[in-house]
Design a protein around this ligand. Structure first.
Ligand code: 5AD
Ligand code: SF4
Length: 436
């Protein structure tokens, strides 16, 4: 049996895709191993959303190719978004790579691995249909399972490479999703996160996202239902009703904002204004008590003036997200912004704006978490937390809002416990088990 080691970069979609690749290879007779040293096949599942990730992956691939001294027949492959993005130039930039494969080609992976070739093998066909039905991903043993319900994206935000590397939007039929969720709950998973690039634009011809959530909510044994990432312009009244009515839906949403300036949102082709976003948040908060909101912000996109950026700060200050992922804009080849808009915000200004929005958000995250001190929250236990040197052993899990909660009592993974919060940082809540 050949052994394969898979390393994953980027978003949860990629984590889920690596689990899919593991399943495809296991069916083809491979053994999945957790470290690269003894592997005969090494696969890097990569991300292309922002620039620096790519340099890092090439560096890592070069380093791993050094293992050929030990395993002369080592096959080294690059999968995923960056493979798709850099297809043509990758064999020259990284000649030590044997295989380059985009995200719609994984069913052919065993076939390509069986071929031996002098040149790098490429498989970059994007497939409008491929949704990997019938393959049950090999999931890390755990508490939360990712279930990919749609692939690709049709929105074409002007800064974003995703529609180019992941292709057109397609939804997995609801019956297949329900089959997977039933298998998962039977295996003991209590939490499921439905995944898609714009997960709430899901539609399989019969069921929309609201209908799918209601059906998944009926599956026996499911305690918590999450999904990511919804697009702000794809919320329907039916969806908001479903979120409010399905008991397992968790009160935590990731709702990418990107900018607080209407001019910038227009340049980004996001499909909403600041006022529409604000109104959506107000409605969600009214219907979903205790809702935690997280977001994505881009600083220094093409044309962003100081005033535009100030509007982002104002909106971030007004909405008060629980936390945010914040990035400097980096142009991605092939996108509308790269071709037609000038990357005119100086690097130093981008850096400075990013620092300003991070500082604002960190303060808000800290303040919101302090309000939870003294409260008792329900925690789904994931396991022992990473220990720093000399620290006593602690355990962690997540609150319904999706916040990490650390406590010192040993509790088995998958248990639901009540934790009394005693202190909080911007990113973590600390407490002790409440007396039952
Ligand atoms: N530059 C910077 N950030 C980007 N994102 C997507 N494309 C770019 C880019 N070219 C960010 C967006 C998106 C998140 C996943 O990554 O904020 O929501
Ligand atoms: Fe990219 Fe926009 Fe699609 Fe999100 S919705 S994946 S930002 S194009």
């Amino acid at each position: 049996m050949r052994s394969v080691y898979i390393e994953t970069y980027g978003c949860q979609m990629n984590v889920a895709d690596s689990e899919l690749v593991a399943s495809i290879l296991r069916q083809a007779g491979y053994r999945i191993i957790p470290t690269p040293e003894e592997a005969e096949v090494i696969l890097l599942n990569t991300c292309a959303v922002r620039e620096h990730a790519e340099e890092r992956v090439i560096g890592r691939a070069s380093q791993l190719s050094g293992l050929r001294a030990h395993t002369p027949k080592l096959t080294l492959g690059i999968l995923g978004c960056m493979a798709q993005h850099l297809a043509e130039t990758l064999p020259q930039r990284a000649p030590f790579v044997d295989l380059v494969m985009g995200p719609d080609s994984y069913r052919r992976l065993p076939q390509l691995l069986a071929e031996t070739a002098e040149e790098t093998l490429l498989d970059l066909r994007l497939d409008r249909e491929e949704d990997y039905q019938g393959i049950d991903p090999i999931r890390r043993q755990g508490v939360n399972a990712w279930v990919t319900i749609m692939r690709g994206c049709d929105r074409f935000c002007t800064f974003c490479i995703v529609p180019f590397v992941r292709g057109r939007e397609r939804s997995v039929p609801a019956g297949e999703i329900l089959r997977q969720v039933r298998v998962l709950t039977a295996e003991g998973y209590r939490e499921v996160t439905l995944l898609g690039q714009t997960v709430n634009s899901y539609r399989d011809g019969q069921v929309d996202f609201a209908g799918l959530l209601r059906a998944v909510g009926q599956v026996d044994g499911l305690k918590r239902l999450r999904f990511t990432s919804p697009h702000p312009a794809d919320f329907t009244p039916q969806l908001i009703d479903a979120l409010a009515e399905i008991p397992q839906v968790c009160p935590g949403l990731h709702l990418p904002l990107q900018s607080g300036s209407d001019a910038q949102l227009e340049r980004m082709r996001r499909g909403y204004t600041a006022a529409q976003y604000r109104a959506l948040v107000a409605e969600l908060r009214q219907r979903l008590p205790g809702l935690a909101l997280t977001t994505d912000i881009i600083a220094g996109f093409c044309g962003e003036s100081e005033e535009d950026f100030q509007q982002t700060l104002d909106l971030v200050g007004e909405i008060r997200f629980d936390s945010a992922f914040m990035f400097k804009y980096s142009p991605r080849e092939g996108t509308f912004a790269h071709k037609k808009l000038e990357d005119d915000v100086p690097e130093a200004t981008k850096t400075q704006r990013l620092e300003r929005v991070i500082a604002l958000q960190e303060g808000i995250s800290w303040e919101i978490n302090q309000q939870l001190v003294g409260q008792t929250v329900e925690v789904l236990v994931e396991g022992p937390s990473k220990r720093q040197n000399g620290q006593t052993r602690t355990f962690y899990g997540r609150s319904p809002q999706g916040k990490t909660v650390v406590f010192s009592q040993e509790v088995v993974a998958n248990a639901l416990v009540q934790v009394h919060i005693e202190r909080a940082s911007s990113h973590t809540l600390f407490g002790e088990l409440a007396e039952p």
